[in-house]
Write a protein that binds this ligand. Sequence first.
Ligand code: XUL
Ligand code: MN
Length: 353
Amino acid sequence: MDKPLLSPQPTTYRFSFGPWNISEGADPFGPNVRDVFPHAGKFALYRSLGFEGVQLHDDDVVPDIDSFSASQVLAKSKEFGQMLRNEGLQPEFVAPRLWFPDATIDGGFTSNSESDRQYAWDRTQRSVDMARAMGCRTVGFWFAREGTFIREAKSAKLAYERLLAGVNRTLAYDPEIQVWIEPKPNEPADMAYVPTAGHATALAYASESPARVKVIIETAHALLANLDPSDEMAFCLAHDKLGSIHLNDQNGLKYDQDKNFGSVNLRGAFNQVLVLEEGGYGCRGEFVGLDVKAMRTQRGVPVIEHLVSSRKVFLDLVDKVRSFDRNRVAEFRSSRDYEGLELYTLEHLMGRK
Ligand code: XUL
Ligand code: MN
């Protein structure tokens, strides 16, 4: 008979999101549908919504970052770090935004242009300095434009070598910094390099300091790669590589939707929470990160309901995971009665068992 599953970890979860998750409701086909809510005003909302971690891009900290000198950026980052502390908040990571500037039109680390690659490195270095100035030890890499629209455009082998070199250079620049890679298979590029947890984990192991390279698994990104998000998380947990998560949901293979956690596939969301609980995720202070966007149709300013609902669904699913009868599961497994296990799971989710 299979061993019963590990009992759930008694964890108090800490939640994070990025300020871009409170948005004005624009999309590529239409303008803002809500008034602009001042960026600086967002941080005062976090605690009352139940969040204490802040995911940051470098220009969330210092808007218009390229117009300031390195020392000005550092001074502004220190001030920002103090502002966060005053609000009772903690920066989770700083990600160089290598997908807005002209120098990143064709990617940063993997651009064919040497000056673009230099720009990517300068900006990465700056993100490390900013993280340090705010008392944070992590830079996040979402390799937005590190890919192509046609595969003939770049040498893919060279691109992967350049990405690894970028990771190594970051690790060497600051011996305490951690690099967290957030894989995504497409958008804004047609085909991205580092599309899955496996690719990101391979980069971690190949790096000069594997223990300092981790992965951020986003539900929607895994679904866009046609993979099971809970399995992507489990893979990282098995290799102690799960730095953070971006919980959300996705309705099929289309643009990255960042829908509310559990809103499309509640059972899939349950399985993500199950894997996280059984893997002890959060016991070392890891954040339960959300990357959710409000519906464009929602009235009001600022719209925050999507953050509150996704957090609530996560916590409700923690209850469901903790009341999932592990002995029954073990019996179904040992008798190889997966029809029975499926019905029990569905009834449990519907509140009947
Ligand atoms: C993009 C995405 C980013 C990262 C942070 O799809 O998820 O917002 O989470 O750069
Ligand atoms: Mn994300």
